[in-house]
Design a protein around this ligand. Structure first.
Ligand code: ATP
Ligand code: MG
Length: 333
């Protein structure tokens, strides 16, 4: 049976990249009637330093973001990773299945560890094994993610395959990444070669879901671009990553595609296009940020929703973890 799992780190505020590349598509999958589980992955977030109070606030804000964007706790299981301890338990098993060399090849590890990898946390290195546990703990068949997480879902398949092979079982499924839509990789507003990230030190690099209209307009106005007018067709964006990014964002926000956007705006200067993009972004994001702010007034209600979600998630997770322990040869008495 198909089952969808995905997660977002409470490592900062939600960005437009998270919305277009992840949450908006999570909602579509929820509405398709498949069983869906969506998670605030706090155990992942602490692989880089998080202030405890900030982590609590960001976790609740992420839950509010999911709900405000259309994740319905009556239709999807919405929960916090650390409240389902089976994630950490299965991750340990996968730490013994995954190979050092596999982890070393991960581009997220290379990007986040940077030049001083000796000083990165062991958890940051093991991040993909925990992610494999998140997914396989529910025997999830499909994982909607942005382009940057494709490599980790492929590694999840490698872990599942090696576990099945080593123990001579056919237990964990081969999970499919689902990477589709106009905005699977939204780029930084400051650097067209870097993806937009909630943990980027520059707030000007991203649009946060909680930014107000002035902040959004200001960030788009200051977004880096070249000086040429927009081209009439997609080929004209080939060597223009910043221009391509803004047009992509416009296309995704207007449920359109790059070719039809360019048919409308080709020939215009950025001085004209940027305010159009800002108006569109404000129109699409402000209902969500208003609802997020309303939900954040009642943190107890958020906690109750995710607490109930964790109970639901554990109903699926517990038997799968128990079976895994049994396969590995651990006494269950
Ligand atoms: P961090 O900087 O802490 O890694 P992040 O913004 O990359 O934060 P994650 O929690 O790592 O967010 O990722 C959550 C989901 O959002 C993943 O599915 C990821 O692929 C997707 N995503 C993240 N950034 C982008 C982006 N710029 N464009 C499209 N999808 C994105
Ligand atoms: Mg990330």
């Amino acid at each position: 049976t198909p089952r969808v799992f995905s997660g977002i780190q409470p490592s900062g505020g939600l960005t437009l990249g998270n919305y277009l590349g992840a949450i908006r598509r999570f909602v579509d999958m929820q509405e398709s009637g498949i069983q869906t589980l969506y998670c605030m992955v706090d155990l992942h977030a602490i692989t880089v330093w998080q202030d405890p109070d900030a982590l609590r606030r960001q976790t609740r804000e992420l839950a509010a973001g999911y709900i405000a964007a259309g994740i319905d706790p009556a239709k999807s299981i919405l929960f916090n990773q650390s409240q389902v301890p089976e994630h950490a338990q299965l991750a340990w098993i996968f730490n013994t299945v995954a190979r050092m060399g596999w982890m070393q090849r991960m581009t997220q590890w290379k990007d986040k560890a940077g030049k001083n990898a000796q000083n990165a946390s062991l958890g940051l290195f093991a991040y993909p094994a925990l992610m494999a546990a998140d997914i396989l703990l529910y025997h999830a068949t499909h994982v909607p993610v942005g382009e940057d997480q494709k490599q980790h879902v492929e590694l999840t398949r490698d872990i599942a395959a090696k576990f099945n092979h080593d123990y001579g079982v056919d237990f964990f499924p081969m999970t499919e990444p689902v990477i589709e839509g106009a905005a699977t990789r939204v780029m930084s507003l400051r650097d067209g070669s870097k993806k937009m990230s909630k943990s980027d030190p520059s707030d000007m690099s991203r649009i946060n879901m909680t930014d107000d209209a002035d902040a959004i307009a200001n960030k788009i106005r200051k977004a880096r671009t070249d000086a040429d007018a927009l081209p009439g067709e997609p080929d004209g964006l080939a060597e223009r990553p910043e221009a391509r990014n803004l047009v992509n964002i416009y296309a995704a926000l207007s449920d359109s595609d790059v070719a039809s956007v360019l048919r409308d705006v080709g020939g215009r200067q950025f001085s004209e296009f940027k305010p159009m993009l800002a108006d569109l972004a404000v129109a699409k994001l402000s209902p969500i940020s208003t609802e997020m702010a309303r939900l954040m007034q009642a943190p107890d209600e958020i906690d109750a929703i995710i607490g109930a979600g964790a109970q639901e998630a554990r109903k699926i997770a517990t038997p799968i973890l128990e079976k895994t322990y049994d396969i590995v040869g651990m006494i269950r008495s």
